[in-house]
Design a protein around this ligand. Structure first.
Ligand SMILES: Nc1ncnc2c1ncn2[C@@H]1O[C@H](COP(=O)(O)OP(=O)(O)OP(=O)(O)O)[C@@H](O)[C@H]1O
Length: 341
């Protein structure tokens, strides 16, 4: 559906070159919700601008539905852009137009008749839950309602792709959750592929199927959200994950634990099915070892369970080593090193 093939984008500022996007290759399949996460300046917006054809790549190609959009004429670009809806952090609504007027705008541009426009606007107002606000102006709306108008407007021309540029970053947590729910509905009910950029891990966690982590213009890690989230390879990905999930006790507690002779701590990670099995107790009991859960949680991610426990083992060292080796065949287990972050 959207394919980045070894895409780079370099800006020239006087004598200085800024490599905003470097050799990015990514595939976003039809029907996916794909999130791109990165800190400020990572290159996320530039990547989006390459998809909605506001920028052309310096090298490589961007394919949308198998068409290389970097090679399209200005006229073809305008037509193809109608196939891509976009919503923004600051909503970008016309304050001088009513809610209905904002939603009607892209339809007017596309040359739809008055009758068609009225029917479509009513349908979209119902879809986003704003039927009563048709005649209001954006200034009379809350942030969440403004973003609903933004979504309705983006959907007006029935696009196949919706691009979300930090769409919930200006909203409070409760409103963010409502908007994310609406985006999920857009994806599920209308089959629209969603590409979103964000610096907020919880957005990725809540609705995305796939994620790509960007840093300094490069994609440093990408894949299915569950796999990436439960087994992050890159320290930047680990930082994002820690922003939503405290997976270790604080350093103070860890130091106190060791100072009081608490012994070695292990992080045990359970993914999916295995979470339902009493693996820890079965293995430890078999080898005459006890265990103590010091810290941890079991969470749900993409409808699968994911457990992260910090445990200590009590027993003879030889037996503990056997337990550790046996557990290694069933779950992820690693020693917790103090000062590891
Ligand atoms: N038109 C431009 N001219 C020159 N440099 C640019 C231009 N657009 C982006 N850049 C530079 O490219 C790099 C990536 O910027 P980009 O806006 O894509 O990052 P971002 O991850 O979206 O950051 P943010 O979340 O802060 O918007 C930055 O160093 C930025 O200054």
């Amino acid at each position: 559906m959207i394919e980045f093939k070894d895409v780079s984008k370099t800006f020239t500022l006087g004598k200085r070159e800024v490599h905003a996007v470097k050799n990015v290759s990514l595939t976003i399949n039809k029907g996916e919700i794909f999130g791109i996460i990165g800190f400020s300046g990572a290159g996320k917006s530039t990547l989006l601008r390459l998809v909605n054809m506001l920028e052309r790549p310096s090298s490589g190609s961007v394919l949308i539905q198998d068409i290389d959009v970097s090679k399209l004429s200005a006229k073809d670009l305008r037509t193809r852009r109608r196939n891509i809806g976009m919503i923004f952090q600051n909503f970008n609504l016309f304050n001088s137009r009513t809610v209905a007027g904002n939603i009607a705008y892209p339809l007017k541009l596309a040359g739809a008749s008055k009758k068609e426009i009225n029917a479509r606007v009513t349908e979209l107002l119902n879809f986003v839950g704003l039927a009563e606000k048709a005649k209001d102006y954006p200034d009379q709306l809350s942030g969440g309602q403004k973003q609903r108008v933004g979504i309705a407007r983006a959907l007006a021309t029935s696009p196949d792709i919706l691009i979300c540029d930090e769409a919930t970053s200006a909203l409070d947590p409760e409103t963010t959750a409502d908007i994310l729910k609406l985006l999920k509905k857009v994806n599920k009910d209308l089959g629209i592929t969603i590409l979103l950029i964000t610096h907020e891990m919880h957005v990725i966690q809540s609705i995305c199927d796939k994620v790509a982590v960007m840093e300094d213009g490069e994609v440093i890690e990408s894949g299915n959200v569950f796999e990436t989230f439960t087994d992050p390879q890159h320290t930047t990905t680990q930082r994002f994950i820690r922003s939503v999930q405290q997976d270790l006790p604080s350093e103070t507690i860890l130091k106190e634990w060791h100072a009081s002779g608490g012994g070695t701590l292990y992080r045990v990670i359970f993914k999916g099915e295995i979470t339902n099995n009493p693996v820890l107790s079965t293995v430890t009991r078999k080898h005459d070892v006890d265990f103590n859960i010091v810290y941890g949680s079991v969470r749900e991610l993409q409808e699968r369970l994911f457990g992260n426990l910090i445990v200590s083992f009590i027993g003879e060292q030889k037996q503990i080593d056997i337990v550790r080796n046996e557990l290694k065949t069933l779950v992820d287990i690693e020693e917790v090193i103090v000062n590891e972050r």
